[in-house]
Design a protein around this ligand. Structure first.
Ligand SMILES: [Zn+2]
Length: 361
């Protein structure tokens, strides 16, 4: 009786299994014994998949082949089981066999996602769906862009030809992870399996130490004090055509285009573990400075550039603040795009302390 992939363990010995070689790659090695070549890849059957390393494998084997393996070993490598094929292993090609592979994806918390694993399993709540239609092969199709959140952060997800209910919890298996403009996103296609699961608690505040931020993650919090405030921020004028900041009363490239007032700030925040560059746009600044949209009417603005700079400095310098936003990857590493900035008052400090304690439990 042959063993199946899901039954393999470190104790597995003298077993036979029939598997599909899903991928097969070659790598050169140099040791004191000289140069050599080994192969590695993924194998699987109807019960699951595992990575393998082959110190010796027949040259005729290709990715997609079904093979019978005898006398292989199973060991843990980097915390995951791996099948080892060596000169004692018998590898018999089974050219007439067909085998459907069941993919098992590694489960990730959103903050742990990284591009080394392109297909992943995540569990969380679906929020804020926006439906769009597009055309493919003359047919109207739909894609729903949403936010998917767990207790460590959130990520954008695009669901093709599927509708999920916002506010419900799902386990999504085999979503594809990619990076776009410094943020991670997931794509769920027809091979992605989605199942509704029970709800679990997701804290409002997800505090990160600044030195932990190594990869993009959305909807998190950092706290600290501002150690540098950029003087080009504040109340600015923008061209409505190219959206560039205008120093003059006209855009040099679009002299006919309307100019509008906007709010923007950039600063560095420090929390004792490290520092990070941050920026905040219009919505976050309006809230922070207690301003309304109509205050920015360029015909009769209620605030001047000097007012805004003064209020901004008063609000964020030399007091602890809490930021809500996204850690974004840029050319200079990770920066923070704040959606909301709050001064740390008593009730907020209490919430933050609770978030820290929750993390330690
Ligand atoms: Zn312009």
């Amino acid at each position: 009786m042959a063993i199946t992939v899901d039954k393999l363990g470190e104790q597995t010995k003298n077993e036979t299994m029939v598997v599909k070689i899903i991928s097969l790659r070659e790598k050169e090695t140099k040791t004191e014994k000289g140069e050599g070549v080994y192969h590695y890849g993924m194998l699987g059957d109807g019960s699951g998949t595992l990575p393998f390393t082959a110190w010796s494998i027949p040259a005729t084997i290709r990715a997609g082949d079904v093979v019978e393996l005898k006398n292989f070993t199973v060991k843990k490598y980097n915390d995951a089981l791996r099948v080892y094929i060596d000169s004692k292993t018998e590898v018999v090609l089974r050219p007439d066999d067909k085998l459907d592979v069941k993919h098992v994806y590694k489960e990730y918390k959103i903050k742990e996602l990284n591009l080394k694993d392109a297909f992943v399993s995540v569990t969380g709540i679906l929020k804020d769906p926006i439906e769009k239609t597009y055309e493919k092969d003359g047919q109207a199709k739909t894609v729903v862009h949403s936010t998917f959140e767990d207790d460590t952060g959130s990520i954008r997800i695009s669901l093709f030809d599927r509708k999920l209910a916002p506010g419900r919890y799902y386990k999504i298996d085999g979503a594809k992870l990619s990076e776009y403009k410094g943020r991670y996103r997931l794509t769920a296609g027809d091979k992605t399996q989605i199942a509704e699961v029970g709800s679990f608690s997701i804290p409002d505040i997800k505090i990160y130490d600044i030195n932990e931020l190594a990869r993009p993650v959305d909807s998190i919090n950092i706290t600290g004090t501002v150690v540098f405030l950029g003087d080009k921020g504040g109340l600015i004028s923008r061209c409505s055509e190219c959206r560039k900041t205008i120093d003059d009363i006209r855009c040099p490239d679009h002299p006919e285009a309307k100019i509008f007032l906007d709010l923007y700030a950039y600063f560095t925040i420090e929390d004792g573990t490290g520092d990070i560059q941050c920026n905040v746009g219009r919505a976050g600044m309006l809230e922070l400075l207690n301003l309304k949209e109509e205050d920015l009417n360029i015909e009769k603005p209620k605030v001047s550039k000097a007012d805004v700079s003064k209020r901004l400095a008063e609000k964020i310098l030399s007091v602890p603040i809490l930021l809500d936003g996204d850690a974004v990857m840029g050319t200079n590493g990770i920066s923070f795009r704040a959606r909301r900035i709050r001064r740390m008052d008593e009730p907020l400090l209490k919430k933050v302390m609770e978030a820290y304690e929750g993390e330690m439990l």
